[in-house]
Structure formats: structure tokens, C-alpha cells
Design a binder for this molecule. Structure first.
Ligand code: KIV
Length: 263
């Protein structure tokens, strides 16, 4: 997809929207070549690339650098970038400054978690011409409040709140929203109620699209295996095997071979 308008076209034509996270130019290029519809430079970068324990550690500087790299790798794709922790909670000006920096780094749109308490920032961003994607359900920037990464919206009250927040996000002008770790039935209800497409992660099959964290779908972290994420590759095993083979070759003077020596 080249523009966010294609999100609504896909929804209208019942074509599932395929998203994955990306953090660097090479993976972004491969994702574009593999026909992924749109990329998210998720604040999960703080965890999967920088090794921090949560997304709270993502900074604007970090998000801008990875967004610029992804844009260089996938010049024609929609690239959504996460507003980092608290960027949209410090008022309209701070939200606009952060979103502006991400767009100047190459993002097409920004994603932000939650609604309550920053409705004015969302409205101001959209009014300033910055496409906003929402994110409800499990919102990892609130992990310290939630107390862990677990299914959200299980009780009637919780489910109703997520439903109301989804409607509010659409009213405020969000072009799409991520539903993370919510019961499939709730995701189906919200998807059917909203005009804007929902993108699910751990939210069943009846959202308008799906997103997976790249390292989860490539199986690059053997120690982390969320139940909802399908592994399409044993990335960790393959990379480890290749590195081991290289180390063995060097140790037995098997690398470089004659044809690999510059004459
Ligand atoms: O940061 C991220 O990777 C995300 C996805 C889980 C949707 O927000």
C-alpha cells in the first residue's frame, strides 16, 4: 500500500490488510518484496532490537532513527511509527512535535496507545494532517499499570470500555486501530461496528487485518513465543547454525577457500 487511503479501500473490498513490524532498512526491503501491505516501526524496537525490558524505554530519537531506516528500505510502502512513551500525554504541542519528527523521518502515519486523557492531542494531530492509528486492548506502554502482558477485555465492563474507546478513536479521526490481545468475539464486534479497519494481534481472525512482530514471525527469539504468534521460520535455529558453521570453518582454516581469496 502506498497511502493510508488504501486501508479503507481494502476494508470496503474485504481484503485483509497484512502488516508486520520492521526496524531496519534490510528487513523493510524484504517485507516490501514479500508484498506486505504496510509496516509498523513499533516501539517494540526497544525490546527486540535494543534489549530493554519494555517499550517504555523507546525514545523519540530511537523511533526516528529506525523510522528513517525503514523508509530507506521500503520507499513506497505505508510506514506507521509508534509515538514513544508519554509523547502524546504531554499535550497537543508535544504530541505534534513528536509526530512531526516521525513524519519528517519518513513515517506516513503515527500510532498511539489509548484514548482517555489525550483526545485533544489525537484531534489536533488529525487536524494537522497527521494520520493517526489507534491501539487498544493490551497497550504495552501501560504494562506497569496492567501488571503484565495478558488478555484484556475479558470482563463485560472492560470489554465495553474497549468498545467505547474504539468508537471514540474513529470519531476523533483515526484511520485504523490495532486491537492487541483481546477476545476474538470482542474484536469481531468492534470490527463490525467501526467504519475504519481494525488490525489484530492476538485478537482472532475477524479483524480487518493482522499484524505480527517481525522477530516473532521469523522465530528469531527462541526464548519468547507468544501463543498467538505463528512462527514462519526457525530464525534463531537457522542463524545460530550459520554462525556455528562459520566459526567452525574459521577454526579449522576452512574459510576463506581459494575462490574466496582476492587475487
Ligand atoms: O510496538 C509494536 O510492535 C506494536 C505491535 C505489537 C502492534 O505496537
Amino acid at each position: 500500500m502506498k497511502s493510508i487511503r488504501e486501508f479503507s479501500t481494502a476494508r470496503a473490498e474485504a481484503r485483509p490488510i497484512v502488516m508486520a513490524t520492521a526496524y531496519d532498512a534490510l528487513m523493510a526491503r524484504l517485507a516490501a518484496e514479500a508484498d506486505i501491505d504496510a509496516l509498523l516501526v513499533g516501539d517494540s524496537v526497544a525490546m527486540v532490537v535494543h534489549g530493554f525490558p519494555s517499550t517504555v524505554h523507546a525514545t523519540l530519537e530511537m523511533m526516528c532513527a529506525h523510522t528513517a531506516a525503514v523508509r530507506r528500505g521500503a520507499p513506497d510502502l505505508v510506514v506507521v511509527a509508534d509515538l514513544p512513551f508519554l509523547a502524546h500525554r504531554r499535550g497537543k504541542t508535544a504530541a505534534t512535535d513528536a509526530a512531526g519528527a516521525l513524519l519528517q523521518a519518513g513515517a506516513t502515519a503515527v500510532k498511539l496507545e489509548g484514548v482517555a486523557g489525550h483526545e485533544d492531542a489525537i484531534e489536533h494531530l488529525v487536524g494537522s494532517g497527521i494520520p493517526v492509528m489507534g491501539h487498544l486492548g493490551l497497550t504495552p506502554q501501560s504494562v506497569n499499570l496492567i501488571g503484565g502482558y495478558r488478555l484484556q477485555g475479558r470482563s463485560i465492563d472492560e470489554a465495553e470500555k474497549i468498545r467505547r474507546d474504539a468508537a471514540r478513536l474513529a470519531e476523533l479521526g483515526a484511520f485504523s486501530l490495532v486491537l492487541e490481545c483481546v477476545p476474538a468475539e470482542l474484536a469481531r464486534t468492534i470490527t463490525s461496528e467501526l467504519a475504519v479497519p481494525t488490525i489484530g494481534i492476538g485478537a482472532g481472525v475477524e479483524t480487518a487485518g493482522q499484524i505480527l512482530v517481525l522477530t516473532d514471525l521469523l522465530g528469531l527469539d527462541a526464548k519468547f513465543r507468544p501463543k498467538f504468534a505463528r512462527r514462519y521460520l526457525d530464525g534463531a535455529g537457522l542463524v545460530r547454525g550459520a554462525l556455528r558453521a562459520y566459526a567452525e570453518d574459521v577454526r579449522r582454516a576452512g574459510f576463506p577457500a581459494a575462490e574466496e581469496i582476492l587475487a
